[in-house]
Design a protein around this ligand. Structure first.
Ligand SMILES: [Mg+2]
Length: 337
């Protein structure tokens, strides 16, 4: 992937598939410009769908949270990994089957929506065990799940995130808890959720999007999934991955467009022009020669144009075998103004 040029993204794509944490909000805190940028995009006619690996909450609860931050979200525009997990269950077990839930209200809601009967014990002979993160999940219900799987129930995971970023650091994600049951039973689950491309397609279909763009902060979920689904993507610097991470991204995790925040959705984007190892845009330039990065201006306080040049030059260099660790060190100061 290389950076592309485009007119206003909110005009060029009929829908935006938004990630939540790090894009629309940060934990319980709002993110600068998110509400105004999404409102402007929606007012200009772009559809929205909010795609999250969070299986704990219902679309109604997520919709309410977004609206409290002045983001004009409808509950029907939220697509969760729990919904993807329930969809996956319909492919493996008969309609109306009993399902044992290792998770919370978001997952129970999604399964009941699809007509499944939720049970709590392996003794109820569930046809499937569906696991999605909820902070109350513990040994007892996980053991019920293992018992049911050992008796032949299909094992389904809403997503496989190893970790869950929280204020104090990375806590256990659904994938880590799934691994415990996999370890105990020897059964590998059927799984969905980001970064698998199918959930991006399902989210797009849920709002009848034809040419959606994915918007995210994490390279290894949002952007990787978009690339795998064949979708263009916008990376924003308001969440987990910073400008240096973007410059060092592997080809499968490279976004199509770069922005500081969601205001970039309503802007035109110009890609650097590339000659050999040199990328130029708007009077700025960057190049990597014999492993050494040079640029038109200081990396600390870089303009968006310089940021795009640095990213383009680093991607070219990495593809030609430049030393990643050396570039990592040279990019220490990269900070977008
Ligand atoms: Mg995120």
């Amino acid at each position: 992937m290389t950076l592309k040029s485009s007119g206003q993204l909110s005009q060029a794509y009929d829908a935006a598939i938004y990630d939540l944490d790090g894009v629309c909000y940060r934990g319980n805190e709002p993110i600068d410009h998110a509400g105004e940028a999404i409102t402007a995009a929606v007012d200009s006619g772009q559809k929205a769908v909010y795609l999250t690996n969070n299986a704990a909450r219902t679309p109604a609860s997520i919709g309410e949270h977004l609206r409290s931050l002045d983001i004009p979200a409808q509950d029907s525009e939220v697509y969760t990994a729990a919904m993807a997990g329930a969809e996956l269950a319909t492919e493996h077990i008969p309609a109306g089957s009993k399902v044992l839930v290792i998770g919370g209200e978001g997952l129970v809601w999604a399964l009941e929506q699809r007509g499944f009967t939720v049970v709590n014990s392996a003794d109820d002979d569930p046809a499937a065990v569906v696991q999605g993160f909820h902070p109350t999940v513990g040994w007892q219900v996980m053991s019920e799940g293992a018992l049911a799987i050992n008796k032949g129930a299909v094992f389904i995971a809403t997503n496989l995130d190893a970790s869950l970023p929280q204020e104090r650091g990375f806590m256990l994600g659904n994938g880590a808890l799934v691994k415990a049951i996999e370890h105990a039973t020897g059964v590998v689950p059927f799984a969905t959720g980001k970064p698998l491309p199918k959930v991006f397609q399902q989210a797009a279909e849920s709002i009848s999007a034809v040419t959606p763009i994915a918007v995210g902060d994490r390279l290894n979920t949002d952007i990787r999934g978009a690339v795998a689904a064949g979708l263009d993507s916008l990376h924003v610097l308001t969440g987990v991955n910073d400008a240096r991470d973007v410059a060092l991204a592997v080809p499968e995790e490279r976004p199509t467009y770069l922005a500081k925040n969601l205001l970039g959705l309503n802007e035109e984007h110009a890609a650097p022009s590339v000659t050999g190892n040199r990328a130029e845009l708007g009077g700025e330039w960057a190049e990597v020669t014999d492993g050494t990065l040079s640029a038109s201006n200081a990396l600390n306080g870089a303009s968006m144009d310089l940021y795009r040049c640095v990213v383009a030059a680093c991607w070219i260099a990495l593809d030609e075998g430049a030393d990643r660790d050396s570039l990592f060190t040279q990019l220490a100061e990269l900070q977008v103004n």
